[in-house]
Design a protein around this ligand. Structure first.
Ligand SMILES: NC(=O)c1ccc[n+]([C@@H]2O[C@H](COP(=O)([O-])OP(=O)(O)OC[C@H]3O[C@@H](n4cnc5c(N)ncnc54)[C@H](OP(=O)(O)O)[C@@H]3O)[C@@H](O)[C@H]2O)c1
Length: 211
């Protein structure tokens, strides 16, 4: 292996792949950049359509296909709930660390959590639920605020995957709080229900921070 090969292997393992390049996908890209990571971002229409997004996000972000994004060291799913099955199908997920940042507003989940349904769609992936409880506008902004660090919650069953996602958000400046277990029912907006509000959904950036 040459030095270049080694560098590209290291790049791939620390790279953040994002499936979905809308509000949340772009906010996650900003978070990853704050953490000093490179990003490959993708959507349903192909890399060419992402030229303005990549230009706005700046150095360190490239546009890719969904399979290219899904080959990164950490892959974030940031598509609308109804698009998740199509977005992730036909890809190799075994052993990959996947951030599920989706919310299943108003969806019928058949008594299961949305994370459980996503886990079925990415077989063998090490799933971490994270980044789904803040408005994209808030997530993408500097988490250092009012002399403190903005809190972000995550949960998941795989300790190593959680540790790598904690490392990512910590390096981006967030104060990470782990919820104890994902599949046991500690909900991070995973049950179907109403639209987000201050009490139980994303935090409204127009309202003051709570203590
Ligand atoms: N917006 C927020 O503040 C926020 C906060 C927390 C969590 N979330 C969650 O994040 C997810 C995305 O929300 P959003 O507001 O970012 O939506 P959005 O702005 O509408 O963006 C959706 C993105 O998903 C892409 N997409 C759709 N179908 C796809 C597919 N089959 N393959 C690849 N990419 C596909 C779209 O690409 P095309 O344009 O090419 O179709 C677009 O880039 C949702 O599950 C939402 O609940 C959102």
């Amino acid at each position: 292996m040459t030095t270049n090969d080694l560098e590209s292997a290291q790049d791939a393992s620390t790279m953040i792949g994002i499936i979905g390049a809308g509000n949340l996908g772009q906010a996650l890209a900003r978070t990853a950049l704050r953490a000093g990571r490179k990003v490959v971002i993708s959507n349903s229409r192909g890399p060419e359509s992402l030229a303005p997004v990549v230009a706005a996000l700046g150095a360190g972000v490239s546009a890719g296909t969904v399979p290219e994004a899904a080959a990164a060291g950490i892959v974030a799913i940031a598509v609308p709930w109804s698009s998740v099955p199509t977005a992730v199908s036909g890809l190799q997920w075994h052993g990959r660390t996947v951030i599920d940042a989706t919310n299943a507003w108003d969806a019928e989940l058949g008594g299961r959590t949305s994370s459980e349904l996503v886990a079925d769609l990415v077989p063998g992936a090490r799933l971490v639920k994270a980044a789904n409880t803040l408005w994209a506008e808030v997530l993408g902004a500097d988490p250092h605020e009012a002399g403190g660090r903005r809190v972000i919650f995550l949960s998941g069953d795989d300790a190593a995957a959680k540790a790598s996602v904690v490392e990512l958000f910590d390096a981006a400046g967030f104060f990470v709080i782990e919820r104890r277990r994902d599949s046991a029912g500690v909900a991070l907006r995973r049950k179907s229900g109403g639209r987000p509000n201050d009490a139980e959904g994303y935090r409204n950036p127009k309202r003051p921070l709570r203590g």
